[in-house]
Design a protein. Sequence first.
Length: 475
Amino acid sequence: MLVLAICCMSLFIVGLDVTVVNVALPSIGHEFHATVSGLQWVIASYSLVIASLLMLAGSTADRVGRRRTFQVGLALFTLGSLLCSLAPSLAALVAFRMVQAVGGSMLNPVAMSIITNTFTGRTERARAIGIWGGVVGLSMALGPVVGGLLVSSIGWRSIFWVNIPVGITAIILTALFVPESKAPRARRFDPVGQALVMVTLATLVYGIIEGPVRGWTAPEIIGCFAAAAVAGAGFAAYEGRAREPLLDVRFFRSAPFSGATMIAVSAFAGLGGFLLLSTIYLQDVRGLSALHAGLYMLPMAAMTAICSPLSGRIVGSRGPRLPLIGAGIAITVSAITLTRLTAGTSPASLVVSYLLFGLGFGLVNAPITNTAMSGMPRTQAGVAAAVASTSRQVGSSLGVAVIGSVVVSAMAGPIKTGFVPASHVGWWLLAGCGIAVLTIGLLTTGAWARHTADLVAADFRPGEPGTGTEFEPAA
């Protein structure tokens, strides 16, 4: 439990950073005179770098040591937070957010790998993951209030100061109490696969965010989408033939694993779009202060904090299907109610919509992680956890990029419109994310899906590079 608590500290500062930065976006935009696309980059650059490096971080931790990688990640995240608080321009802030993200990529998947190798029983692991998910909710619940209070009283730069003492404390506790572990035969570095992942994600997100600004038919944007398609196809082809790939494509023969990946992308795309649209609406349309905007979003985050550990217990006792059905329905209904948003929507209506979204998001986290990890060899824990975390970050990047760009395009279209009517299409896209969670959850949690997971688990035999049944503590 002490190891779990230390690992959760890393999740806490990463989760806090999500909602804290979102609440601060309008203040950042006013100081740097940033456009909506510029603010999208403050969020998307962080998610993009994390998504690009998570699988590398997971496999590196399995190879060189999980505790060592975890400590390096904490140090880089803390340094990046300090640099963000000193950023002299929007471009510098985006660059320093990328430094943060390099460190962040080493935290969650590595911590999850440590937890997976500490809690080996199915039920106790599900409950530990439920606690892990509860920390997500707690950090999100505190983020809007803490961020709003700091932004309103001191300024947006102070939101990054919170990470520094927590990061330093976690580094010290990790050195004292977390045992070192690694895979007995971990995978080698895959530079080609890593480069292809980075090119695919970077060009895709750049094209989506900059498309409304530069024009969807601009050669630069068309070139980005073409590069993303070529690099993505190249990655799939190369990884299928590589002896020790960055991402073993056999994982995706497991229907629960593939389903967890798609659900993670859908749910976190919804979260990214929800936070972006809600923050701009509350502060720029309704004229609320950062603190009052944070208080409006508190019900959503608090519901996430309550439902995440409950979801972990349900997964441990009854499996992932029930929480996924509840999550899909709640997210869909929440988004549909927000498609009728106006500048004068009643606070009670907003709170109900936010509560529903928090309910759905709180239920979805534990099934994603537990399903992605189930059936995988324990020595593949770093890579498997990294794929689940990568899916979350890819979803967050795409949610901010796609939903933000669709709204910007609607505002700048032939029929000029304000933010509120333009946001309606964004909320409909978010409803689509909820429907995807519900549909995929139903399809990938039955007896057939469990059989495919068993077949994949049997395919990983001891003696292969990076496989086996146990981990070896470092000497």
